[in-house]
Design a protein around this ligand. Sequence first.
Ligand code: NDP
Length: 500
Amino acid sequence: MTPLETESGVRRYGLFIDNEFIPASTETYIDVTNPATGEVWAQVPDASEADVDRAVASARKAFEGDWAGWRAADRAKFLIRFGQAIADNADEIAQLQVDENGKLIREMAGQARLMPEYFNYYAGLAQMPTGNTNPLHLKDIFNYTVREPLGVVAAITPWNSPLLLLVWKLGPALAAGNTVIAKPSEITPVSTLRIAELAAEAGLPPGVFNAITGLGGPGAALTTHPGVDKIAFTGSTATGQAIASAAGKSLKSVSLELGGKSPNIVFDDADLDSAMNGLIAGIFGASGQTCMAGSRILVQDNIYDEVVEELVIRTERIKVGNPQDDTSEMGTIASKAQYDKVLHYIEVAKNEGAKLVAGGSPARVEGFEDGLFIRPTVFANVRNDMRIAQEEVFGPIAAVIPFTDEADAIRIANDTEFGLAAGVWSQNIQRAHRVGAQLKAGTVWINNYRKTGYATPFGGYKQSGVGRENGPNALLEYTEEKSVWVDTGQGVKDPFNPRA
Ligand code: NDP
């Protein structure tokens, strides 16, 4: 990707509108910092309202113009080409994200390899019929329903998995025939600009996929813009609430994938070795910066001490290090603000009386003295009413809570404002399903944790969101349904004199 200019090694990128990089209408730029080194390596425009208007006008024109003429089969072929372009550039895409958010290259490379599969899946679904013929109570009327694209979709995305979470929106939105404006987090904007460019190279007409960058202003401007038909958002619950109320004023459709405080529940009949791996992956994968993090570890009281002891041993073994190094097991926290937030919650937990048993401080990584590394941290003796058990930290902090029996586990698990995900570890198949059925969460993993895929829905109950991403129904979330009535009789009779 060619920057508009490079000054002292810092690459300055433009907004991507109408298949071109263009400078913003303001001279204000946002620094993009590598959280492992502390170096500013790129700058992106802080787009103004005029830039947002321009992106929306372009997306609207494309929706009503060239793109409307593409058949579902054409859109499907494009999605497959787009996926191939991502596969061909997977190393670069993974690297850009590591430079933006400090996650492990292993994880980002894995995600980059997976993204084409999402496009392949929605390419298939693009050609599946989504309408019905409907038997009615009336004679001589034939009724059918068709699904039509909504129009212009704004995809507002976070920094933790910048591209995968965008792909979750792009696949179904484009398959259904919408145009998309992506607004990435200001922490991770460059990777989104790059895949917008790849979409253009794969043959997407100008305006079908625009990407604008900015801090605060452009995201909010999209939520109230009359030219935007839907907001698809992933991020914090507080921002999701702000978006839903702003979008509500013009009755835009919204889908919100928000925060979590997910319980990972271990019964005394679990395969403990497997459960330990699931607990560790659940909270320390991605340095705990995932909406689905298993941040509340619920352990049956008769195995509590044993599990905590083993958790400490395995936590202390985790290698925090250079995200580029394949042997590192945890990278950085993505931004200074998030780093401060995680350290703050460590103090909150200590002050509340939780017992710090592992980690609890920044990690020093040789050669990366300015890096935002935090040691994986475990608190034992946590009560579910403590802030550390109720508030989303979005960092590598496990809160371990004891429970007595099934009913107690279910009560504690559901005693949260969130409802994104939950894990159940038990070798008793009846128990695992019984408990799973009573958990108020959009995803339940039984004897595994932190898995997602294109073919099954993901989303939250309660304050964890609205709507579902992935799976066949995600396509429908990017459509309007139209009901069509056709007279198949002898014509319409005079309504005031029906016998005539
Ligand atoms: P936010 O939820 O505030 O931001 C996510 C996205 O929303 C960004 O693109 C942001 O861009 C945009 N945004 C912010 N405010 C508005 C608004 N009023 N209207 C429209 N768009 C808006 O996350 P943060 O990055 O500030 O992180 C804060 C916390 O959010 C984390 O500590 C974590 O707890 C949680 N989080 C949850 C995620 C999840 O996957 N569920 C992902 C990331 C964070 P901009 O700020 O540039 O406007």
